[in-house]
Write a protein that binds this ligand. Structure first.
Ligand code: CU
Length: 244
């Protein structure tokens, strides 16, 4: 009898663990990532309701129909109404999640009109190069330097992601977004950062022995700071060019 009395406590502990783990999902710092965060939350809430209903029914059945004597309980062979209900409910849940997933995906992949900042992010073994289109500004990482992608807050940043050698992956955890850099393919996506700060980035595709060196940072600054950084970086870039 002891274990069954402990069952509710165990279920409660598991529920708390799941909710605590889900609470670790960072809030996104981009407008696009917010759509992903909302979708995660929706999945979590629906899963929590399903969990509570299913485990509640299991616990109720275990207690209500526990063995009391040697007599067999009434045997039921099929119930059309019940079968229809337990087929229809999951189907509706899946359809609802499908529609919300498509909507979130459309929001994340949407690139309306011209972007405010256009950057080509080039992945190579084993670092990153960020080239700012229409300016001479460029940031290159190396064995001793962690490259920083500097972007203005609240502006739409269009990233053209390419690779010069093998498959890499562009991942900034706090954007809740990841995209592969594939040789011969240009992957384009928009990021609109909603707050300033310094965010960690990392290649998440094993791409060779120094794969772990492929870290980078995204520095989100105000519009004014961005303009002065851009002017300074362009000037330094021009100074490095021969004949200028
Ligand atoms: Cu890589």
């Amino acid at each position: 009898m002891q274990p069954s009395r402990r069952a509710p406590a165990r279920w409660l502990a598991v529920t708390a663990l799941v909710l605590a783990a889900a609470g670790c999902t960072p809030e996104s710092v981009t407008e696009q990532g917010q759509a992903i965060y909302n979708l995660y939350s929706l999945f979590l809430y629906i899963a929590a309701v399903v969990f509570v209903v299913v485990s509640g029914l299991v616990i109720w059945s275990v207690i209500r129909y526990r063995r009391r004597n040697d007599e067999l309980p009434t045997q039921t062979h099929g119930n059309n109404r019940l079968e229809l209900i337990w087929t229809a409910i999951p189907t509706v849940i899946v359809l609802v999640l499908f529609v919300f997933t498509i909507q979130a995906q459309n929001k994340v992949l949407d690139s309306p009109g011209e972007a405010d900042v256009n950057v080509t992010a080039t992945a190579f073994q084993w670092s990153w190069r960020f080239t700012y289109e229409g300016t001479g500004a460029e940031v290159v990482g190396g064995p001793e330097t962690i490259p920083e992608l500097v972007v203005p807050v609240g502006q739409r940043v269009r990233v053209k992601l390419v690779s010069v050698d093998v498959v890499h992956s562009f991942y900034v955890p706090q954007t809740l977004f990841k995209r592969q850099a594939i040789p011969g393919v240009t992957n384009e996506f928009d990021l609109t950062f909603e707050r300033t700060g310094l965010f960690h980035g990392q290649c998440t595709q094993f791409c060779g022995l120094q794969h772990t060196d492929m870290v980078f940072r995204v520095r989100v600054v105000t519009q004014g700071e961005y303009q002065s950084w851009l002017a300074e970086t362009t000037r330094r870039g021009a100074a490095r060019q021969p004949g200028t």
